[in-house]
Design a protein around this ligand. Structure first.
Ligand SMILES: C[S@@+](CC[C@H](N)C(=O)[O-])C[C@H]1O[C@@H](n2cnc3c(N)ncnc32)[C@H](O)[C@@H]1O
Length: 273
């Protein structure tokens, strides 16, 4: 297990039709879902991207770039598998999936989330042209619960998950599923809000979480209560090393993490051996 923090910052229906014929595929995972997170994200889906951009002061784009850099390295190691397939788990409105197909011209991406309105926004963004039609043609939308994925064993070269894992109550089940669907040698990349190690930065960040997240969320979406949930889910998420332990328990090897923006976000990497 490696702490890279001291290095330089290493619904059961398809989304609304359109956005490219190849994007319409959807699968019902058939599992009763967690009503809290699903209800929260259903209510804020339309405003989610704007909230993300504003509340992170635009830093979200930097975190996204780092995640996609790492995904590219992971896919490069698996080029022998044709074509490389990447699963973006809890992919929401598609930001990570879009960045992946923009960066890598030969990959297929499955954008999976259990919240239909988030996938609908992603499909709408495709129709609006945030990516080209050819790029959109390499994304498949699948509505599924991360705790019971409708994919065959060993079917992905890499798996990304950005800001999704903390919303999943039974994380061990989601990690076991991630392990199952990855090929041997495949990489798991999880980007999540975390715990800044420096006390002063941590206090400032927690003050921001406490006050600004519900305030901004309320102003931008009119749904202030939902942002109490999001804030609390961030604070309750295990710190970096504790999450490494969860990855280890799920069977992953070569586990490391890298703090971004002083540990506000951590990017965990792990490999299925
Ligand atoms: C904060 S959003 C992140 C979306 C996207 N990954 C991004 O970077 O913008 C969290 C996402 O996790 C999804 N989610 C929460 N619990 C889930 C579960 N059990 N299975 C699948 N998706 C889930 C939500 O629907 C939501 O779209």
């Amino acid at each position: 297990m490696t702490d890279a923090s001291n290095r330089a910052p290493i619904c059961a229906r398809p989304p609304a039709s359109g956005g490219g014929a190849s994007m319409a595929a959807a699968v019902d995972s058939g599992l009763a879902t967690s009503p809290d997170a699903q209800a929260v994200f259903s209510r804020i889906a339309e405003q989610y991207d704007r909230f993300n951009a504003v509340s992170s002061l635009g830093i979200y784009r930097h975190w996204l770039r780092v995640l996609v850099d790492e995904a590219e390295k992971a896919v490069d190691q698996r080029r022998s598998v044709q074509p490389p397939r990447v699963l973006d788990l809890a992919g929401g409105t598609g930001e990570v999936a879009f960045a992946l197909v923009r960066r890598m011209s030969d990959i297929q991406v499955v954008l999976s989330d259990f919240c239909r309105p988030m996938l609908d926004v992603a499909a709408e963004r495709c129709r609006a042209g945030v990516i080209t039609r050819a790029q959109a043609g390499r994304i498949q939308f699948v509505q599924a619960d991360a705790r019971q994925l409708p994919f065959a064993d060993a079917s992905f070269s890499a798996l990304t998950c950005a800001y999704g894992i903390r919303n999943i109550p039974e994380r061990d089940r989601a990690l076991a599923e991630a392990f199952r669907v990855l090929e041997p040698g495949g990489s798991l990349l999880i980007c999540e809000f975390s715990t800044p190690p420096a006390a002063a930065w941590r206090r400032l960040y927690h003050l921001y979480l406490q006050t600004m997240i519900p305030l901004l969320g309320g102003l931008l979406t009119g749904e202030r209560a939902e942002f109490h949930y999001l804030r609390d889910s961030i604070r309750a998420f295990p710190h970096q090393r504790a999450f490494c332990e969860m990855l280890l328990a799920a069977g992953f090897a070569d586990i490391s993490y890298r703090n971004l923006t002083g540990g506000i976000v951590a990017l965990h990497k792990a490999v299925k051996r």
